[in-house]
Design a protein around this ligand. Structure first.
Ligand code: ADP
Ligand code: MG
Length: 698
């Protein structure tokens, strides 16, 4: 098949809808998709039937309402199309009702207190703005997959999609107000566009299977560094090995079939680390697609005798993985609102939207940070790795200078052709793509979009985008309110840009975000710097957060609190698993091997001395081994005690704090001991694959 035929071949997209739906039905559905008008039951019936026929022709036997519970991964329950006929045979059926709403047994998904047992039901509702598609497994089983939102009996969001859709609505409304106040009467919708770059590691399946920590915790809890790391910088953008290239090809095909625009692939900085970037799409489609990307990456790897590691920090000592969430705003008539324009009025508009984001990010840095808080991401944010836990915006020198001058009421001199006095005489023409791509910034303006680089590689991007959309809506509303009242719009726009910069410029930082000076400087500027998940998540339960999300009907107080509870609990569970794995591996694998080697050394000493050969070397080796062994043994006992203590704590936050302060720290100490033992023991006596195996034998 040609690539053009493969792409989207498993998607019930616009082209298929046009072909298969009666004109009236197509029109009605389009209206629902584009304007959110309610879908009539008779229309739903026709759509469902067409979807079913299409899916069956492509080999489907089942359909599923696919949703995104608060676990961060996706969920699906498959129902076949079969329905009994009176004569004992079956017919294939799929009604509008089945398409539009489902009722999975939801009692085993986390609800954070939103659902009590007597109303354990959860409902799924079709999100027709994200197209239905076919999921195909290796042996050819095909399932019609319907993207849905998941909510409780009382309508509370139990998932990540519902607030995302709500935030999109809020953002569109406020952005349109600003556009309208500026005289734009043609745009009827504004959507956030998102392009998430996905980093990942690959490891040979046979090594992976021999490491309990990788298998159960997704990261190596132990492991002495390999003699070589990433210091030669020979991996980044390096030639892709055949085996990996085959994998990437298979991955592309699977993604393309589902209409996912996998565009760019390359080697990343660390050994065995890679990246895939799609072409951007609307927030909710990008989010759905990113979930599929993660799932498909893992599935396809397995078929190729590889394992795809999505964890933020699979290996100590080399780079971890993140997700660069590229975010911008686009009108339904195709204008990118964060693109500097070629006319003065376009630039007024650009600078206003830019100002909105400066205000939004400065005001709610704590919430943005919280959206990236997971046990895995703690190994990146604020832990000597990109990016730091301090949120700042990289704006580029030129743009910063322009804002600076506007804020001081200075005229921007026409240094060259580009800088001519225009309209409001303080607003210059903004040079295009003037940014020099500061790679260390957590929130970088890159010419016509922002790149939020804190999101963890294993995370859903929903949470971060819900927050970006909502804080943008809030900032835009304030701008709209001022503009609507003003007589001289241009003068008011200039005043808004000036005021915003004056008040919020502390969040702009163009320097090296990894430096110690920045940590000090950020502290002086009063920017929050929260280095761990439990503390970061507290930003979800402040009055400021409640007010923000309630005002735009994105998340109620209760819904926010439920998320806080679930995420804090998840953190504790994650560390608990890691600790139990650490205990298991130490007791059952490392200690026995070390003892075996100790015995071997002791025997050697005896043997050598019995023939009167000096045994100073093995004696010294044994001494050192024994010292590390004693320390490991002590720390193992400490870890067991710490885990027991943490397990007994009832209060969710206190429990998580205990895992963070006691369990995790002892686990680190145990790791240091075990890693030093690994360095002392012959390779063939070490019971698990080493970093050299995992990172270089691919
Ligand atoms: P890089 O940042 O690696 O140099 P690009 O800037 O070309 O690469 O694109 C990175 C990602 O940003 C891609 O996923 C791309 O689709 C996305 N992107 C580009 N433009 C936009 C936009 N207007 N809105 C959202 N994402 C965008
Ligand atoms: Mg990028």
């Amino acid at each position: 098949m040609e690539l053009t035929e493969i792409f989207g071949s498993n998607v019930f997209n616009d082209k298929v809808m046009k072909q298969r739906l009666p004109k009236e039905v197509y029109k009605a559905l389009k209206k629902t998709i584009e304007q959110g008008t309610p879908l009539r039951p008779d229309v739903a019936d026709v759509v469902a039937n067409a979807m079913k026929d299409w899916a069956i022709e492509k080999g489907a036997t089942h359909y599923t309402h696919w949703f995104q519970p608060l676990t961060g991964i996706t969920a699906e329950k498959h129902d076949s199309f079969i329905s009994p006929a009176p004569d004992g045979s079956i017919i294939m059926e799929f009604s509008g009702k089945q398409l539009v709403q489902g009722e999975p047994d939801a009692s085993s998904f986390p609800s954070g207190g939103l659902r009590v047992t007597f109303e354990a039901r959860g409902y799924t509702a079709w999100d027709c703005t994200s197209p239905a598609f076919l999921k195909e497994d290796e042996s050819g089983n095909v399932t019609l997959t319907i993207p849905t939102a998941f909510y409780s009996y009382r309508g509370e969001a139990l998932d990540k999609k519902t607030p995302l859709l709500r935030s999109m609505k809020a953002l569109s409304k406020q952005a349109l107000r600003v556009l309208k106040a500026l005289g734009n009467t043609t745009s009827t919708q504004v959507t956030a566009t998102v392009g998430p770059e996905q980093e990942y590691f690959l490891v040979d399946k046979k090594f992976y299977m021999e490491r309990l920590d990788l298998l159960l915790a997704g990261r190596t809890i132990f492991g002495a560094p390999a003699p070589k790391g990433q210091e030669l910088e020979d991996q980044y953008f390096g030639a892709i090995k055949d085996r990996v290239s085959d994998y990437m090809h298979d991955l592309d095909i699977e993604l393309w079939k589902m209409g996912i625009t996998s565009k760019t692939k390359h080697n990343e900085v660390a050994p065995a680390q890679y990246e895939m970037a799609p072409i951007f799409d609307t927030t909710n489609i990008a989010t759905d697609h990113n979930q599929l990307v993660m799932e498909t990456m893992q599935k396809v790897a397995f078929r190729n005798d590889l394992v795809c590691l999505l964890h933020e920090k699979p290996y100590a000592g080399i780079n971890g993985s993140g997700k660069h969430n590229n975010w911008s705003l686009s009108t339904n008539d195709g204008a990118n609102l964060l693109e500097p324009g070629s006319t003065p009025s376009e630039n007024v508009q650009f600078l206003l939207f830019l100002s909105a984001m400066i205000k939004a990010v400065d005001t709610h840095a704590d919430i943005l940070r919280a959206t990236c808080a997971t046990a895995g991401n703690d190994h990146r944010l604020g832990a000597n790795e990109a990016p730091p836990a301090i949120i700042s915006i990289f704006m580029g020198e030129e743009l910063t200078e322009i804002l600076e001058k506007i804020s001081k009421g200075e005229k921007i001199s026409s240094k060259d052709e580009q800088f001519v006095s225009v309209g409001v005489d303080t607003l210059p023409i903004i040079p295009r793509d003037n940014t020099d791509r500061n790679r260390t910034s957590p929130f970088a303006f890159t010419g016509n979009k922002f790149e939020f680089r804190m999101v963890g590689s294993a995370q859903s991007i929903a949470g971060s985008n819900v927050t970006l959309n909502t804080i943008a809506a809030e900032a835009l509303e304030a701008i709209a309110a001022r503009l609507e009242k003003a007589k001289d719009k241009n003068a008011e726009a200039a005043a808004i840009i000036k005021d915003t910069y004056k008040k919020h410029h502390r969040v702009i930082f163009n320097g090296n975000n990894y430096s110690d000076e920045w940590v000090k400087e950020a502290d002086k500027r009063g920017l929050p710097n929260v280095g761990n998940t439990v503390d970061a998540l507290k930003a979800f339960t402040t009055e400021k957060a409640y007010k923000l999300f309630e005002k735009y009907d994105v998340l109620s107080r209760k819904e926010l609190h439920s998320r806080f509870d679930i995420y804090v609990e998840h953190y504790a569970k994650q560390i608990n698993i890691e600790a139990l794995v650490a205990i298991d591996m130490t007791r059952k694998q490392f200690l026995p091997s070390v003892l075996e080697y100790a015995t071997f050394l002791a025997d050697s000493i005896d043997d050598l001395e019995s023939v009167e050969v000096p045994a100073a070397a093995p004696r010294d080796m044994l001494k050192k081994l024994s010292a590390a062994l004693t320390s490991a043994y002590k720390n193992l006992a400490k870890l067991e005690t710490a885990v027991k203590k943490a397990q007994q704590i009832d209060d969710t936050v206190k429990k998580a704090e205990s895992y963070r302060d006691n369990v995790f720290t002892v686990m680190q100490a145990l790791r240091a001991d075990v890693d030093s033992l690994e360095m002392m023991i012959p390779r063939d006596m070490w019971p698990v694959p080493t970093y050299s195996d995992l990172l270089f034998k691919l």
